[in-house]
Design a protein around this ligand. Structure first.
Ligand code: ADP
Ligand code: 5GP
Length: 203
């Protein structure tokens, strides 16, 4: 038999406040073998966020050094802050056969997809724009100005939805989690991911 292939990469995007962190935390609880890529950001930590767990919090010169030295698989500027994914950290996991999940915005998802076209793209939408706004206010972590910026950005991001492979509605967390787990499972069953299981005789 051939050697098993590397782990699978998948991307989750969606407007700020839609519930990505909440849904992903539950996905990881149900799939503890999955590795969630912890991004680098120049944004200030929110109350309760832990360096190295939610993000690697770095300053602008350090982030710009990482860009200059080609350490990032992708990066983007979102609401005035840098966000990016370390190529080395995720490649180490993929090479070990571990599946990796990224929570990144639409610009970054396009960069990764251009570099690695097999990567499935999953977009999470709220049941309505009204509900998105309520969730952002309800979370209570951002100022009025930041929330308005994020809602404006959300309208732009929704234009990118047709580029995504899967659309998940986060009405109830359990439903969104079930759908994401099903998508990841089906992606892992793709023939090209399992071809090593088949002994094909030469004609
Ligand atoms: P994101 O990571 O996409 O910015 P969060 O996971 O921080 O969003 O969720 C934003 C707020 O919405 C949080 O207060 C969270 O508890 C709440 N939330 C997330 N999913 C749901 C849901 N399905 N129903 C109701 N509230 C939700
Ligand atoms: P937040 O500040 O709410 O944690 O995240 C803001 C946005 O940045 C979200 O849309 C999130 O998906 C995105 N994001 C988080 N990490 C990364 C990353 O490494 N790269 C890119 N391109 N976007 C990211």
């Amino acid at each position: 038999m051939n050697k098993p292939l590397t782990g699978n990469l998948a991307i989750v995007s969606g407007p700020s406040g839609v519930g990505k962190s909440t849904v992903i935390a539950e996905v990881l609880r149900r799939r503890p073998d999955l590795y969630f890529s912890v991004s680098f950001t120049t944004r200030a930590p929110r109350e309760g966020e832990v360096n190295g767990v939610n993000y690697h919090f770095v300053d602008v010169p350090e982030f710009e050094r990482m860009i200059a030295e080609g350490e990032l698989l992708e990066y983007a500027n979102y609401s005035g802050n840098y966000y990016g994914t370390s190529a080395k950290l995720i490649d180490e996991k993929l090479e070990q056969g571990i599946d990796v999940l990224l929570d990144i915005e639409v610009v970054g998802s396009k960069i990764v997809h251009d570099k690695r076209p097999d990567t499935p793209l999953i977009f999470i939408i709220p049941p309505s724009f009204e509900v998105l706004s309520q969730r952002l206010y309800g979370r209570g972590t951002d100022s009025e100005e930041v929330i308005q910026k994020r809602l404006d950005r959300a309208r732009e991001e929704l234009k990118e939805v047709p580029r995504y492979d899967y659309l998940v509605v986060n009405d109830r967390v359990e439903n969104a989690v079930d759908e994401i787990l099903s998508i990841l499972r089906a992606e892992g069953c793709r023939t090209k991911k399992r071809i090593h299981l088949v002994e094909i005789e030469e004609e």
